[in-house]
Design a protein. Structure first.
Length: 401
């Protein structure tokens, strides 16, 4: 019996190491449909968003370029490789996005940034999001690419992410009434070169600090992750950062704005509420967006790009022969996915988005709100990492040396 079981497991392992043709073909066809519908409802830019999203999904899957794990590892393990990759990504994008924002109209490329005020509501939202990302197991992009990669637990996180997002839109008038500081753009305020220095120098300093932290704890740096195979293996963080920087720049050029994710989740939730008779169109947040609620979801560029991310990750998982959804989820994992998802959705709406829209999109727009979001979300993430240990999701953090 043991030999039979071992043989069957070996056959399963061999199957999961070879391309899953049906999965890949199905995902490619679905991507073609999404892109076509995007073009039909809102033109070539939205169609382009689907393809850019698919590229992001492939890169996120192969690199496992989630912000959640990188933030947790620097706190609990004092490992900073993932964090430094994020700083590299942001720096690369800023080198292109800042000049685009300032001089793009002069060369026929009109693009706008995410530049928002930041106040008590946004700070609380970012903190809630930080806790939720650790409990839920992913941020906005992390949730999408892991769903595409076959994570059943993250489907639960995504469902409650959507629910939390739309619930938050009902409360936004209150949160927005709380004190806040005005929006400020480094690019507009100081010009491109000073804005780049103000942005990149701190990122370099943070990267150096992470090196000191890691070396003090372990005596050296973790071996850099290497690219083993473009189709079936993992990608190094540097390659992932380069591809995702390309995704960000293409989004600026094609969709004329930074990469964003979670506004799509709020819209999906609003559409579901509207369909079952909940009058979301009367809520202040949605009064100017009734058309978006009633129109096809494929007219919304953020939604179409999100679909592309899921399908890109699915294509990558199929090509790697690793699409194998878990069929059983224990009560603890389901519970933390529900709570984490609600916190992710609610926090994201209060704080102008997730790690992509608020943090990456904010900083690469030259907005001060992106930096403030980072401070409060990271604080929440530290608490969330501790909660993961308390509920048995992770081993005890390493002790500082």
């Amino acid at each position: 019996m043991a030999n039979t079981s071992s043989y069957q497991q070996t056959k399963v392992d061999q199957h999961l190491q070879s391309p899953q043709v049906a999965i890949v073909i199905g995902a490619l066809l679905a991507l073609a449909v999404v892109a076509t519908l995007g073009f039909q409802y809102n033109g070539w830019r939205v169609m382009g968003g689907a393809m850019i999203g698919a590229l992001a999904g492939v890169a996120l899957y192969h690199t496992s370029f989630g912000f959640t794990a990188a933030w947790r590892r620097i706190v609990t393990q004092r490992r900073g490789q993932g964090l430094r990759a994020q700083f590299l990504l942001i720096s690369l994008v800023c080198l292109i996005s800042f000049p685009l924002l300032q001089y793009g109209p002069d060369i026929g490329i009109r693009t706008g940034g995410f530049v928002f005020p930041f106040g008590v509501g946004a700070a609380i939202g970012a903190f809630i999001f930080g806790v939720g990302m650790q409990l839920g197991g992913g941020c906005g992009s992390g949730t999408l690419f892991t769903v595409g990669g076959g994570s059943s637990r993250m489907l639960i996180t995504l469902a409650f992410f959507i629910l939390g997002s739309v619930i938050a839109t009902a409360h936004l008038p209150f949160w927005n009434s709380l004190p806040r500081i005005p929006a400020f753009s480094l690019v507009r305020g100081f010009g491109v070169v000073p804005a780049l220095l103000i942005t990149i120098v701190p990122l370099i300093a943070f990267a150096i600090a992470s090196v000191f932290i890691e070396k003090k704890q372990w005596g050296g740096l973790e071996k850099p992750r290497k690219t083993t195979s473009l189709l079936q293996g993992q990608w190094g963080y540097v390659l992932g950062a380069l591809i995702l920087a390309l995704v960000c720049v293409l989004t600026f050029i094609v969709l004329r704005r930074p990469w964003g994710i979670t506004s799509g989740f709020a819209l999906w939730g609003a559409k579901i509420f509207y369909a079952v008779g909940i009058p979301v169109e009367t809520w202040p947040y949605w009064k100017g967006q009734v058309g978006a609620i009633k129109n096809s979801v494929f007219a919304d560029s953020t939604s179409v790009m999100n679909f592309g991310i899921v399908l890109g990750a699915l294509i990558a998982a199929g090509l790697a022969g690793k699409f194998n959804p878990t069929k059983k989820i224990n009560l603890r994992d389901a519970g933390t996915a529900i709570v984490g998802g609600l916190m992710l959705g609610y926090g994201a709406r209060l704080a102008y988005g997730c790690n992509i829209g608020a943090y990456l999109g904010g900083i690469t727009s030259g907005s001060m709100h992106g930096w403030l979001w980072l401070v409060f979300a990271f604080a929440g993430s530290m608490i969330g990492a501790r909660v993961r240990y308390w509920v048995g999701m992770d081993p005890a953090p390493v002790s500082a040396k």
